[in-house]
Each structure stands twice: as structure tokens, then as C-alpha cells.
Design a protein. Structure first.
Length: 60
């Protein structure tokens, strides 16, 4: 999935979508039904910053 994010940060596997309030640079993708990856996209730079990688629903 990280390679797909690197090649196509705004579309591809995992249903990428911009987060509300993320000013168009913070995106989320589903890893599993309960887990997702959250990342920033900076068009001026050629790298992706992973913000968080954990369960979305805080399963007990």
C-alpha cells in the first residue's frame, strides 16, 4: 500500500479520501475494515508523511 500511496497519493487501493478539516492535504485509506492509514500530501515535495497507522474504531 505504501508504494501505491507514493505513486498515486489521491487515488488507488484502500479508498483514499481527504479528511474533513484537513485542508486538502490530509488523506485516509482503509487497510482493513477497522484499520486505516492517515497521511499528508505536499505537492511541492516528493515524499509522503505518514501521520498515524492504527485502528480507526479503537476496538476493545
Amino acid at each position: 500500500m505504501l508504494e501505491d500511496i507514493q505513486e498515486h497519493p489521491r487515488f488507488g487501493i484502500g479508498h483514499p479520501e481527504p479528511l474533513v478539516g484537513g485542508h486538502g492535504i490530509i488523506y485516509s485509506r482503509h487497510i482493513t475494515a477497522n484499520d486505516r492509514i492517515i497521511y499528508d500530501i505536499y505537492d511541492e515535495e516528493i515524499h509522503v508523511l505518514i501521520i498515524e497507522l492504527e485502528g480507526h474504531y479503537k476496538d476493545k
